[in-house]
Design a protein around this ligand. Structure first.
Ligand code: 9PG
Length: 679
């Protein structure tokens, strides 16, 4: 469709009707007919306001509607809000720069914003999903105005940043998908599936695991700490993939090839040692930051992004970094790009082929760039592509602190939430910041649950690390298990981050139960709360794993409805975390109370799948990953092959369709052939 306007400008709209899902794709663009450049503020492929004609028909009562807030970057909080509800609000300009899109307004009372994609639905009912499928050039957001009485407006916006449209030139907007009829939770999944496809997301088939130096050592990490842990991890060779050195090896943020005195020989010998020990060497970098104390910032003031007054743009003030104040590098400056290629190419030549690229929002800040005509998304993507090229097509890029939309298609994996910490909550800091994003388990869990649907559609989700230490932690046994179970069931990367000297035998046994990562795409349960409390995984053998999390401060019972999970009753239920058989289940049931901050992890096996393994203490999958082969023998016995990497001790529960399960104690490494006769 083409429409002319009063300006020397045509609107060009292409509408595609999707064949595999009810909905459509809108591609809105502009074509100039004039002789003068025309600055363009924004494109809105969708705008609806009450009373402007057309009706927004949604099931349920307006007061029950929830709006999904994606959050701008890895650490920004995601979740469902009630229209009209007060939302998080960064209290300082610098916090806004870190957690908010430079192109999205801050939420006002009665107005809501979700970056890149959103959904609007009554819990459990079909709803409306809006999401941009491409982010080649521009940042995007979905806006909503309304409250419990009704929705006043809904819009989908492409920020074109006042960039001039050249005479006679055309401008293509990002493509917007409007999904109808999807239950809200699933709508986000369908959007992610499509956006991943359109942007050719390089999603690895296998989900990886590793050790990260940050959470035990922070910036104080030394080469000796890394080597000591490498040695302690030898028994996990073949099960943990990557040993990743985090922040602290560099002379200053921005001076990546100059070692800090705590790494007297630099990182090259460590890359070799890690590889020789049978692991993949990984390294952390913040490619768009340069601290005030760095040679990079000092020697190349022209590489820094500038604000409106021409001053270097501050991206972060960090208490434990030399120089504290960090500037953002200009992602369009040719010398910056050349230097980034040199840095990453050199590190690759040292042997690193896994890069955790952090504080990436700094590559998409507002400011005056060398290339003044390049929009933010394109500038960011161009710089990441340069890094990719230097790192190698076979390198593993993990994004962190990254604007989500423009990162689609460029990363194997992406951090999807706040940092963990050895404490459940950080409410005071969250309150001071105005954004619940301070490092703690509670904030990390929020996004593990609320962004679970992105996993293996846009990238492999990195939920951040499991914390296993039993010293120097405020986390209770219950809280440690909740974090571990949520990370496992989310299907995301399985990273640990402790000094192994502080991980006792029981917590090491828990680590075994987390490896290999489950790696599957979970389904998010229906919830009327801000954060969903349910994830479930359906396994190809017909069984399922169900996770329920009690984020509250009081014990809570949960209702388990097998049909809702697509499971046939009768079935057998097994409590994985407590290694306890829950018997035969005939219908929906109410669970025993789950303590505050606790989790319930159930393996559910329909009787029609039996005889078979109904429970196992060998892995948090509870039996779903363990069985490589099962043969039924005459007379009711079974022949089993168990397969799991590394030494395993524990018990498996084997059941027939009608009897109680038999517990069989096993002790093996890698695999075990087992014949079991009926009792
Ligand atoms: C290394 C860390 C770890 C961690 C990352 C990221 O706003 N801040 O001051 C802020 C500091 C650190 C931080 C996030 C925000 O953590 O998520 O895993 O790599 O950097 O410095």
């Amino acid at each position: 469709m083409r429409a002319t306007t009063e300006l020397p400008l045509d609107l060009v709209l292409a509408v595609e009707v999707a064949s595999d899902w009810p909905g459509l794709v809108l591609a809105l663009g502009l074509a100039s007919r004039g002789d003068e450049p025309l600055p363009v503020t924004a494109l809105e492929p969708l705008f609806w306001a009450a009373g402007s004609g057309g009706e927004l028909l949604l099931p349920g009562e307006p007061g029950e509607l929830r709006f999904y807030r994606m959050g701008y970057q890895s650490w920004s909080p995601a979740g469902w809000v009630r229209p009209g509800e007060r939302e998080p609000h960064p209290r300082a300009e610098l916090l806004r720069r870190i957690y908010w899109s430079p192109q999205s307004p801050l939420p006002e009372p009665g107005a809501h914003v979700s970056d890149f994609a959103s959904a609007l639905r009554v819990p459990g009912e079909a709803g409306l999903t809006l999401g941009f499928l491409t982010h080649q050039s521009f940042l995007t957001h979905i806006g909503l105005e309304g409250d419990a009485a009704g929705i006043r407006s809904l819009s989908a916006r492409i920020a074109t940043e006042e960039l001039p449209l050249a005479p006679r030139a055309a401008l293509e907007g990002e493509r917007l998908w409007i999904g109808l009829d999807a239950p809200g939770e699933d709508g986000i999944a369908v959007w992610a599936e499509r956006a991943g496809r359109e942007m050719s997301a390089p999603v690895p088939a296998r989900v990886g695991s590793g050790w990260c130096s940050w959470y035990p050592f922070f910036t104080k990490v030394t080469a000796a700490d890394v080597l000591r842990n490498l040695e302690a991890l030898a028994p996990f060779r073949g099960q943990l993939d990557t040993i990743q050195i985090d922040d602290g090896f560099q002379a200053a943020v921005g001076d990546w090839l100059e070692p800090d005195p705590s790494f007297p020989d630099g990182v090259a010998p460590l890359a070799r040692a890690i590889r020789e020990a049978g692991f993949r060497p990984g390294l952390w970098l913040a490619p768009f930051l340069a601290s005030r104390a760095s040679a990079t910032a000092r020697e190349h003031p022209d590489w820094l992004l500038r604000d409106e007054r021409g001053k270097p743009r501050v991206a972060l003030v960090h208490g434990s970094w030399k120089g504290k104040v960090c500037y953002a590098l200009d992602p369009t400056h040719p010398e910056v790009l050349e230097w980034l290629a040199h840095v990453v190419g050199t590190l690759r030549a040292y042997g690193f082929d896994y890069f955790k690229l952090d504080f990436l929002y700094a590559g998409a800040l507002a400011g005056r760039r060398y290339d003044r005509e390049m929009p933010t998304g394109a500038a960011y993507r161009g710089a990441i592509r340069v890094i990719r090229e230097a790192a190698g097509e076979d390198a593993f890029l993990l994004g962190c602190g990254a604007p989500l939309g423009p990162s689609i298609g460029l990363f194997e994996a992406m951090r999807i939430g706040a940092d963990v910490a050895p404490a459940w909550s950080a409410r005071l800091t969250d309150f001071r910041w105005g954004v619940p994003a301070a490092p703690c388990v509670e904030n990390s869990l929020r996004n593990i649950l609320a962004r679970a649907a992105l996993h293996q559609r846009l990238w492999v989700n990195d939920p951040d690390c499991v914390l296993l230490r039993d010293r120097d932690t405020k986390l209770s046994e219950t809280e440690v298990r909740t974090l571990a179970a949520a990370i496992a069931v989310s299907g995301g990367m399985l990273l640990i981050s402790d000094d192994l000297a502080h991980v006792g035998p029981e917590r090491q046994a828990l680590l075994r139960r987390l490896l290999p990562p489950i790696g599957r795409v979970p389904r998010v349960g229906v919830s009327a709360e801000e954060v969903p409390d349910e994830l479930s995984v359906a396994f190809p053998d017909g069984s399922a794993l169900l996770l329920r999390v009690n984020l509250g401060a009081r014990p809570r019972r949960f209702r388990v409805e097998p049909e809702r999970l697509g499971l046939e009753v009768p079935l057998r239920a097994y409590d994985v975390l407590d290694d306890r058989d829950l018997g035969r289940i005939e219908a929906s049931f109410e669970t025993a109370p789950v303590p505050p901050h606790g989790a319930l992890l159930l393996r559910l096996v329909p009787l029609k799948l039996l005889p078979g393994v109904v429970g196992s203490s060998l892995h948090l999958a509870g039996g779903a990953l363990e069985v490589a082969r099962l043969q039924r023998r005459d007379g009711g016995g079974v022949q089993l092959r168990l397969r799991l990497p590394g030494p395993r001790q524990g018990r498996i529960l084997v059941a027939t369709a009608d009897g109680p399960p038999q517990a069989v104690h096993v002790d093996f490494a890698d695999s075990l052939e087992l014949g079991i006769e009926p009792p």
